[in-house]
Design a protein around this ligand. Structure first.
Ligand SMILES: [Zn+2]
Length: 138
């Protein structure tokens, strides 16, 4: 896609610090990272959502994300990592090209996911949600 920043990077029409690339995927250092090792892993072809990928491509993407994350641990600069997918603007998706964020972590990096815990929904709401999801998965 002509104006998509991730397409531009994977097609080398935009400069980026690419850490991995093959014909299906491209991984590069985030230009405005959460921390030093923040990597974006995306598809080489334009795809707005990971939900649109076929199972085989999605599985390969997840395996590659794990390999990249493990590689960051081997630098000895990091003690852990987060792998995050932001689907939709409300979830923080900032480009309309699906991407996994691989965020190597160290205890002093100052990054917080800021998850706020709430009371669980009431039993009827939980049961309704469970039934709905089970129905969609069957
Ligand atoms: Zn794109």
């Amino acid at each position: 896609m002509d104006n998509c920043i991730y397409c531009k990077i994977s097609e080398k029409r935009e400069d980026a610090d690419i850490v991995y690339q093959d014909e299906t995927f491209c991984a590069f250092l985030h230009p405005t990272p959460i921390n030093h090792g923040h990597i974006i892993l995306t598809t080489s072809e334009h795809c707005t959502s990971l939900t649109l990928l076929d199972d085989e491509t999605y599985s390969k993407l997840q395996c590659l994300a794990r390999k990249i994350a493990v590689a960051t641990l081997k630098t000895k600069d990091y003690d852990g990592f987060n792998i995050q997918y932001n689907h939709g603007e409300c979830a923080g998706q900032d480009a309309l090209h699906a991407a996994l964020h691989i965020i190597p972590r160290v205890g002093t990096d100052g990054f917080h996911l800021n998850w706020r815990m709430q009371e669980a929904a009431d039993e009827d709401q939980r049961k309704s949600l469970i039934d709905f999801i089970k129905n969609k998965l069957s």
